[in-house]
Write a protein that binds this ligand. Structure first.
Ligand code: ADP
Ligand code: MG
Length: 362
């Protein structure tokens, strides 16, 4: 296992990149600690696979270095990096049995057959595929093929890192949930550094201790699931994580206070910097409630969705859509209400970036 460090990394698929837009990865400085369970989360096209392929050596970056335990591996081919990578679609040998497929990465490295057997049986048990060991891979369902593909990634114990690139894409929804929890359990058992790439927030938040959020070739925030929920460093993270995501409302800032449609909104604390970039209030629907004392932001209810444990209210205030998640009673469609924003959870963003600090009134 290893600590993996990406230093001053940039990558362009174009031979003559001229502007930032020509880079699939803009500038990445990132350290993955030994033994960590990481998710790399971001929308399709943001550069996740590019980053993984640079770590594994399938791609050579245009600029920068990759260090495994402080050793520069930038010029090493994949086979010399000692990593395991599981792809979106199964990579297995159709003509071999499941047992031989799982054994392959070990036999390839000249391991003794008794070690091979021990590891294959352990992995087969974890993935619950013991009853398929003698089946030829060609005869497996797509779900099971991908399970075996994942098993091949996990069977060696001496790898620097195990990387999964959207591995559950081809898996049936009900099995997805099961495999997701299984992977978490596997990480606790194997203790290898794992990087799990996904565009699905639920997968990322269930698996990872640390989530790296990417947007358009850049890392916008690294944090625990709780940190990403509570203090999104960028409105993009606020939007992308949460269901519905954070409310982002344009505002004016005067004398350290925020005004939404002319109405003063109390922020969590002081506003950093004096620049007059586009300012927005960020507040999660979980911290918006219907005011019972007549104060708050005037709004009209447009939609109420009952989703079991709570209700999601969509209201419009100063021409902006505001979501509130309410437990218990909710107003009705068409009602005029006042919205209360919990002050300690009301943040200010400038040009998309978090610009308020906690600590009482402004
Ligand atoms: P993700 O895995 O997050 O969906 P990718 O890393 O696959 O994103 O892609 C990042 C960007 O690089 C996208 O704009 C994509 O179109 C581009 N890209 C990916 N692979 C290639 C390639 N082989 N040649 C040219 N452009 C590519
Ligand atoms: Mg991808």
């Amino acid at each position: 296992m290893a600590q993996i460090k990406l230093s001053n990394l940039r990558h362009s698929y174009s031979p003559n990149p001229s502007s930032d837009a020509d880079y699939a990865l803009k500038k990445i400085d990132l350290t993955w600690d030994d033994g960590g369970a990481y998710a790399l989360l971001g929308p399709s096209g943001c550069g996740k696979s590019t980053l993984l392929n640079i770590i594994s050596g399938l791609l050579v970056p245009s600029e920068g270095q990759i260090l495994f335990n402080d050793q520069d591996v930038t010029a090493l081919p994949p086979a010399k990096r000692n990593i395991a990578q599981v792809f979106q679609f199964p990579v297995i040998y159709d003509t071999m049995t499941v047992y031989d497929n799982l054994a392959f990465p070990l036999r390839n490295r000249g391991r003794d057959e008794d070690i091979v057997k021990q590891r294959v049986m352990a992995i087969a048990e974890m993935l619950e595929v013991e009853d398929m060991l003698t089946t030829r891979a060609a005869n497996l369902s797509p779900d099971n093929k991908q399970k075996i593909s994942m098993g091949r990634g996990l069977v060696r114990q001496d790898v620097n890192v195990v990387m999964f690139d959207e591995p559950l894409t081809v898996i049936d929804p009900h099995l997805k949930w099961k495999l997701r929890s299984k992977l978490k359990e596997l990480h606790l058992r194997v203790k290898a550094t794992m990087i799990y790439v996904t565009h699905d927030q639920t997968e990322a938040l269930t698996f990872a201790d640390q989530v790296v959020v990417m947007q358009e070739g850049e890392v916008v925030q690294i944090g625990t699931p709780v940190e990403l929920f509570e203090r999104p460093a960028h409105t993009f993270v606020g939007h992308f994580i949460g269901s519905p995501g954070m409310n982002v409302l344009p505002c004016d800032v005067k004398g350290g206070a925020a005004f939404f449609g002319g109405e003063k909104v109390e922020l969590e604390g002081a506003v950093q910097g004096t620049g007059d970039g586009a300012a927005e209030i960020g507040i999660r629907p979980e911290f918006v409630s219907i005011s019972s004392n007549g104060s708050g932001v005037a709004a009209t209810v447009r939609k109420v969705s009952d989703i079991g444990r709570h209700k999601v209210v969509e209201a419009v205030a100063h021409d902006q859509r505001v979501h509130a998640i309410l437990e218990g009673e909710a107003p009705n469609h068409g009602d005029a209400v006042k919205l209360d924003f919990k002050q300690t959870q009301t943040r200010l963003y400038k040009d998309g970036w978090l610009a308020s600090t906690p600590g009482g009134g402004a």
